[in-house]
Design a binder for this molecule. Structure first.
Ligand SMILES: NC(=O)c1ccc[n+]([C@@H]2O[C@H](COP(=O)([O-])OP(=O)(O)OC[C@H]3O[C@@H](n4cnc5c(N)ncnc54)[C@H](O)[C@@H]3O)[C@@H](O)[C@H]2O)c1
Length: 247
């Protein structure tokens, strides 16, 4: 299948958690489409691999970021080359346990990264957006925010909160040239899902109407579409990319 051709030349993109999994693929797609991309990630090792694998794109910048740390977010903002056009809030973690077994720390860590982290980065980068050009905020939510999931009190709460912030920003920022949308991936083959038992993953794949887990490129394609001029009237939406798992 040949991907839709987008042109993001002269567009400045920041992708949090962009050094692995879905974020890495999103970064690669934007670079291939000509964008200037700042990959901002917690993991120095993953950033090093990103720089090695995508370093032939001269418009790549790989920087360290901890979305839970506001000073780190300010450093990110200070290092952005020129005006920002597209922000992809993608960094995320899981600490899965049933409610009975979940520690307070596991709850707090996931909220700090997956919910407060999205607030921290967006709030800090808001003033960096280009006042003259269309602006895009794309938040990585999850289908589990729409229907709950066993063992994910912390994660589901955070992702449901992300959907709420997405819609609030759609209202607050729409007249200022922004669109704010969320992507709700289904189960995508990445390090995050590799943490799940194999038989659980096989069971999940069997339940997906298209009969497979998602690929990172499925999410990247949706992300580039929402970032493109073709999606300028899509605002406050939650785009499920899940093979029809949740309908
Ligand atoms: N994989 C899936 O099936 C799936 C499904 C639904 C939603 N999602 C969401 O998609 C996003 C990406 O998931 P993935 O599967 O690619 O995960 P991943 O674990 O492969 O990658 C996540 C990246 O986020 C980075 N990160 C973690 N904490 C950070 C922090 N404090 N500051 C900055 N970066 C940090 C990690 O270093 C990593 O590079 C997440 O928000 C996740 O919740 C994933």
């Amino acid at each position: 299948m040949s991907p839709i051709k987008f042109n993001f030349e002269n567009k400045n993109v920041v992708i949090t958690g962009g050094a692995q999994g879905i974020g890495f693929e999103v970064a690669k797609h934007f670079l291939q489409a000509g964008a200037t991309v700042t990959v901002a990630d917690f993991s120095p090792a993953a950033l090093e691999i990103t720089s090695r694998e995508l370093g032939h794109f001269k418009t790549l910048k790989a920087v360290t970021l901890d979305v839970t740390n506001r000073k780190s977010c300010t450093d990110l903002a200070d290092g952005i080359p020129g005006n920002l056009h597209i922000l992809v809030n993608n960094a995320g973690i899981t600490r899965d346990k049933s409610l009975v077994k979940m520690s307070d720390d596991e709850f707090d860590q996931v909220i700090a990264t997956n919910l407060t982290g999205v607030y921290n980065v967006t709030k800090t980068l808001l003033s960096k957006f280009d006042p003259q050009a269309p602006k895009r905020i794309i938040n990585m939510a999850s289908i589990v925010a729409l229907y709950g999931n066993f063992g994910q009190t912390n994660y589901v709460a955070a992702k449901a909160g992300v959907i709420g912030m997405t819609k609030t920003w759609a209202r607050e920022l729409g007249k200022k040239g922004f669109t704010s949308n969320a992507i709700a991936p289904g189960f995508i083959a990445t390090k995050m899902t590799q943490a799940m038992p194999k038989e659980v993953l096989e069971g999940l794949a069997a339940k997906v109407p298209v009969g497979r887990l998602g690929a990172t490129s499925d999410i990247a394609a949706a992300c580039l579409f929402l970032a493109s001029d073709s999606a300028s009237y899509i605002n406050g939406a939650v785009l499920s990319v899940d093979g029809g798992l949740v309908m």
